[in-house]
Design a protein around this ligand. Structure first.
Ligand code: ATP
Ligand code: MG
Length: 364
């Protein structure tokens, strides 16, 4: 990414709390208007990074620029950002209107101006007509929208959101995800969104940074992370994946033939630079890229159905293959697959794949 495309620039940023290194060193760029997510397990440093962007924590090393301006010595209230905190606090004793307008008190605005701005925000978060409601008379999702409106009313260039939907139940969360995406598109500002929910990150984001142990493992589009994870660690964090080891048998004209021991051979349409015959390569294949058959077929690998689970639209089949330690996970759409679904556990099955469905991973 060129310097001109980068709106938030994070350069070698690290953070220690005493002796503890919460963030080792992170370098990445976030574009203007992007819905950018930080995704990772609890304790991986998401909140810490977000707080450094907001100015609530000082980096131990490295620098942060927003819109070309060094932020290291800029206090939170002078940054073009606002933050919705992990445990969002709205004031229960205040009505909705006063909650949303809270941040405007310090600005020299007339009462009418203030009211107009609040009304505009109420409409934006689809709470028009709720201005006089007490905040403790609202649902979780409505309260969440107040927290958003309160952060947005100051018209920040960047909104930092720390697991804003974490407290909501699944159905409401999915509804709010759509709202949030619509809101971000409508106002066109940059969102930096923290979540530990991979599905949420995939659905909402333009790009995602996958974090682990104070490091960024991969920054990519949702599609890129799913289709081309670089390492086993990233691949196991996003969706379900089968892992196996290939051995380079030969390389000719930009193609490599790999041996998969019990599973035969595949020919990859990839030059695999730096690898020579005899070396091993970590490979991965998604469950939906494997075709499951109940009859033998040319080139198909035989296994036994060990477990099947029904997930409404799809079913997952765990298949054991002689000579292969881990079970294979295969998924198929259920529509029109009644015969496959009727298979008894223990039945023989056959798996088939296109060789180019395999992903070559970096060694972790
Ligand atoms: N003020 C602090 N003092 C000491 N250690 C801290 C402090 N804040 C965070 N940490 C530690 O830094 C690490 C990263 O914390 P952080 O809050 O950034 O994680 P997170 O990714 O946001 O996790 P979660 O998903 O649980 O919110 C954790 O091990 C945490 O215990
Ligand atoms: Mg956190």
């Amino acid at each position: 990414m060129t310097a001109a495309q980068s709106y938030i620039t994070i350069r070698n940023v690290g953070k220690n709390f005493g002796d503890f290194e919460a963030i080792e060193s992170i370098t990445m760029d976030i574009r203007e208007g992007e819905f950018f997510s930080l995704l990772g397990a609890s304790g991986c440093g998401k909140t810490t990074l977000l707080r450094m962007l907001g100015g609530f924590e000082t980096p131990t090393r490295g620098e942060i620029l927003i819109d070309g301006q060094a932020m290291n010595d800029v206090p939170p209230f002078e940054r073009p950002v606002n933050m919705v905190f992990q445990n969002y606090a709205i004031f229960p004793h205040m009505n909705v209107r006063d909650n949303i307008g809270y941040g405007l008190r310090k600005l020299k605005l007339s009462r009418t101006q203030r009211n107009d701005m609040v009304e505009e925000m109420l409409d934006l978060v689809q709470l028009g007509g709720y201005g006089d409601r007490k905040s403790d008379e609202l649902s979780g999702g409505q309260r969440q929208r107040i927290a958003l409106a309160r952060a947005l009313i100051l018209k920040p260039k960047v909104l930092l959101l720390d697991e804003p939907l974490g407290a909501l139940d699944k159905q409401l969360r999915e509804q709010m995800q759509i709202e949030l995406r619509r809101l971000q598109r409508t106002i066109g500002i940059t969102f930096v969104f923290v979540t530990h929910d991979q599905e949420e990150a995939l659905t909402l984001s333009d790009r995602i940074a996958v974090m682990s142990g104070g490091q960024v493992l991969q920054v990519d589009t949702p599609d890129g992370l799913y289709e081309r994870p670089r390492t086993r660690q990233v691949a196991s964090f996003i969706g379900t994946m089968n892992f196996l080891e290939g051995k380079v048998l030969s390389r000719v004209n930009g193609h490599a033939t790999l041996g998969l021991s019990a599973l035969g051979e595949i020919i990859m349409d990839a030059p695999l630079p730096g690898l020579s015959a005899g070396q091993s390569v970590p490979l991965a294949i998604r469950p939906e890229k494997i075709e499951l058959l109940k009859e033998p077929s040319e080139g198909a690998v035989q296994g036994a159905l060990e477990l099947k689970t029904y997930h409404g639209e799809r079913s997952y089949y765990q298949v054991r293959v002689e000579g292969h330690d881990e079970l294979f996970s295969v998924s198929t759409q259920n529509a029109g697959r009644a015969k496959l679904r009727a298979l008894e556990e223990g039945a023989p099955v056959w798996m088939k794949w296109h060789d180019d469905a395999f992903i070559v991973l970096d060694k972790d």
